[in-house]
Design a protein. Structure first.
Length: 196
């Protein structure tokens, strides 16, 4: 008799999600025969494919939790000084997580447009925007975003956070980020202390 699997929000059709992460053949070989997303993430991370594991988590988490995760990762590597716009961007994305409305997601996107799309915080805000029902302005017919776009934005956000300031810290940071993703998937807050 098989033991029951622990509850997790890291879920979804594994083959479809893996198709979204552009994994190299070696990473795909590492997860051959695996059926569940959490197991694939563990195998990827354990085989040294931390970036692919993080990308998979970004696409597997529900959109709300994925945006929160990106904010936790961004806050972890956020510079201690001169980060006013970064805090503003993160706060806007977190506001959407707490109060998912068209107004909050559009406010997050407007800030990302204002500050530029070159930070993890901006891509967390874009992820919130793409989690809504339309990418079009509010006064025109709706243009739904493709379902994978939030995961793509969050994947970019997490990767940018992992290499910010010192790309040599990427793998150690990704390991911490994956711990936060697991915590969020289990119902926790996934908070990470500021790095510096």
């Amino acid at each position: 008799m098989n033991a029951p699997q622990p509850q997790t929000k890291l879920d979804g059709p594994l083959e479809e999600l893996v198709g979204r992460i552009a994994a190299p053949p070696e990473a795909l070989a590492a997860i051959a025969g695996i059926a569940r997303v959490p197991d694939a993430i563990e195998r990827l991370a354990g085989s040294g494919f931390l970036l692919e594991a993080a990308k998979l988590a970004a696409h597997a988490l529900p959109k709300r939790e994925a945006v929160w995760w990106a904010c936790m990762c961004a806050r972890h590597t956020m510079p201690a000084t001169g980060a006013e716009k970064l805090v503003e961007l993160c706060s806007a994305a977190e506001t959407w997580v707490r109060r998912q409305s068209d107004e909050t997601r559009r406010a997050a996107f407007e800030l990302a447009q204002k500050h530029g799309f070159d930070t993890p915080e901006a891509w967390a805000a874009v992820g919130a925007f793409w989690a809504g029902d339309s990418m079009a302005p509010p006064d025109v017919p709706k243009v739904p975003p493709a379902p994978h776009l939030t995961g793509t934005a969050i994947s970019g956000s997490v990767n940018l956070a992992a290499v910010r300031g010192d790309p040599l810290k990427r793998d150690a940071r990704l390991a911490r980020f994956l711990d936060a993703a697991r915590d969020i998937a289990a119902g926790g807050a996934g908070r990470l202390p500021p790095e510096g």
